[in-house]
Design a binder for this molecule. Structure first.
Ligand code: NAP
Length: 255
């Protein structure tokens, strides 16, 4: 926050008013590499970011570290539980490991109806499907073809719809972007961000959300038939990177 030559009470009031005017973002898994990189970006862009964790005390300690990187930012950070991040964010990023999805979605579902939920999750285990049961998978395959595995985004939608009867406004973004690039606030972010979602209204809102923190990025919408393939490629690249193998094959174009 900027320093001003006014009384401490007036300063406090001003900060309260500023906080009320700020746009609010929730990050479930805000203490992780991806979540904290997003928190930095959005706080720098002037948002009040609710940095969520399974342990709110950890989140509060964690944001003290992040604050030091944000001296000139107009936004701010609040460390809180994942449930509070889902409750107070106008839009919510879901930035936890795939394996933690079911338990986390069960905790936050009541805050997700009508709210844009941005899934950045890349599955990190060999899987068919973790959130869906056999009957739901069969339904999915009747629609999309035998042997097809749903993307995480589709799983989240089907799981919440089936378990809680809500139609979550889930969209996806940034799955192909490393947290290091997101956290680098000094270099202009000129990459393409792949995005997807189930309807144009949600995608419109996602575009405007991303443009605030990544103004120079190109946003490219991916058709539904490619969603799970892209997640698979992300995971493959991550797996190979951990083993020290650098994949260059995806830098080709047909132009
Ligand atoms: N790292 C990247 O470059 C990158 C890029 C694109 C997408 N992603 C995706 O973003 C998600 C997070 O990745 P990350 O690299 O940030 O992981 P991470 O550094 O391990 O952080 C994830 C955070 O999620 C929370 N968490 C851990 N296990 C959990 C569980 N079982 N249930 C609920 N919460 C749990 C932890 O926070 P608390 O302990 O505080 O709750 C942790 O700080 C993953 O799905 C990943 O595929 C990552």
């Amino acid at each position: 926050m900027r320093a001003r030559a006014i009384s401490p009470q007036a300063q406090l009031k001003l900060e309260v008013v500023e906080a009320q005017l700020m746009r609010k973002l929730g990050i479930i898994g805000g203490t992780g590499r991806e979540g904290s990189a997003l928190a930095l970006r959005y706080a720098k862009a002037g948002w009040l970011v609710y940095v969520g964790s399974r342990d709110p005390k950890r989140a509060q300690l964690f944001i003290e570290k992040l604050q030091s990187e944000l001296r000139e930012a107009s936004g701010d950070l609040i460390g809180c539980s994942n449930i509070e991040a889902a409750e107070y964010g106008e839009a919510v990023f879901l930035a936890i490991p795939y394996i933690g999805l079911k338990e986390t979605l069960d905790q936050v579902e009541s805050w997700l109806d009508q709210k844009l939920l941005v899934d950045v999750v890349v599955p990190n285990i060999m899987r068919t499907s973790y959130l869906l049961n056999e009957k739901q998978l069969e339904l999915y395959r009747q629609h999309f073809g035998a042997g097809r595995a749903p993307s995480v985004t589709e799983e989240i939608y089907m799981y919440l719809n089936n378990a809680y009867g809500i139609k979550p406004r889930v969209v996806a973004a940034l799955k192909t972007v490393s947290f290091k690039t997101i956290a680098d606030l000094k270099t202009p972010f000129k990459q393409t961000i792949l995005i997807w979602g189930f309807n144009s209204e949600d995608l419109h809102q996602l575009r405007s959300l991303l443009k605030q923190a990544f103004p120079e990025a190109e946003l490219l919408e991916v058709p539904q038939m490619y969603w799970s393939s892209i997640e698979g490629v992300c995971e493959f690249i991550r797996h190979m990177s951990i083993q020290g193998v650098r994949i260059e094959a995806l830098s080709f174009t047909y132009s």
